[in-house]
Write a protein that binds this ligand. Structure first.
Ligand SMILES: [Zn+2]
Length: 271
């Protein structure tokens, strides 16, 4: 399903819906209306039908550059084949993914392509290699899985980093974007409000985790049983990975103490 989100941005929905990917992965074709070339962000899963839909959205424009927000397979499995097919460089933060001719995203250099300027914003948290892209012409940021169009994103131990995630949310918020183009779900028109809600959600969860330790819980599973008491127990294993991400952050900040190699945690004694 192809949809114009702005005069410069076309969203092509990949056919991979699931609880984690919502309606599917959003692949974006980005180009100034007057440009003869285009940038493609997150080619998405492998598969000829989706690649052809993306090429149709490019119309008669040549693909100049392919960008990845991160290398989780729902965004990146089809990326190498797509870049090869169109003969464009593939840029990504993850080591080993970028082609030799690709711009260096870690350096934060502006990507002047397709008549536009995109700025790479390394935003670790959901994944260590996550990168958002700012499109100043739209006052917008492509957020990948950093901020979704609906619900909240997954920040799980051990792949995710909660401390980095919150810092990365603040980084995008402080650019004062007006709209977000997420990797899943619909366009976010109230960008700063949405990011503030994400920050409040995580801070609220962190306070609950601290309160659970203060009440005597010691293992991540005990914390989950208390904090997620209202949630279907079948979701508790996933919740535990999120709670562990919070506990690792709190331990790193010296606000809780990890014992037994991180299998148990206790509050920092007052005084
Ligand atoms: Zn994703």
């Amino acid at each position: 399903m192809t949809e114009a989100w702005s005069p410069r941005v076309t969203r092509v929905l990949a056919p991979n819906p699931s609880p984690l990917t919502l309606e599917g992965t959003n692949t974006f074709v980005v180009a100034d209306p007057a440009a003869r070339s285009a940038v493609v962000i997150d080619p998405g899963p492998a598969g000829d039908a989706h690649a052809l839909a993306v090429l149709r959205a490019c119309a008669d424009r040549e693909v100049e550059l392919v960008l990845l927000t991160h290398t989780h397979l729902d965004h990146a499995a089809g990326a190498r084949a797509f870049a090869e097919r169109v003969g464009a460089p593939l840029a990504a933060l993850a080591p080993g993914w970028a082609t030799p001719d690709a711009p260096d995203l870690a350096a934060g250099d502006p990507l002047a392509t397709a008549g536009l300027e995109l700025v790479a914003l390394p935003t670790p948290g959901h994944a260590a290699d996550h990168c958002c892209f700012q499109l100043a012409a739209d006052r917008a940021v492509f957020t990948g899985d950093h901020v979704l169009g609906r619900g909240t994103t997954v920040v799980e131990w051990p792949g995710g980093d909660m401390a980095a995630y919150l810092a990365s949310l603040e980084l995008v918020r402080d650019l004062h974007p007006e709209r977000l183009y997420p990797g899943h779900g619909p366009l976010v028109p109230d960008a700063v409000d949405r990011i503030e809600a994400y920050l409040a959600h995580r801070r609220g969860r962190e306070a609950q985790v601290l309160a659970a330790l203060a009440a005597g819980d010691r293992t991540p599973a005990e914390v989950v049983a208390r904090v997620y008491a209202e949630v279907d127990p079948s979701l508790h294993p996933a919740a535990e990975l999120s709670v562990r991400a919070h506990l690792v952050k709190l331990a790193g900040e010296g606000r809780v103490v990890a014992v037994d190699g991180g299998e148990r945690y206790r509050p920092v004694k007052a005084g």
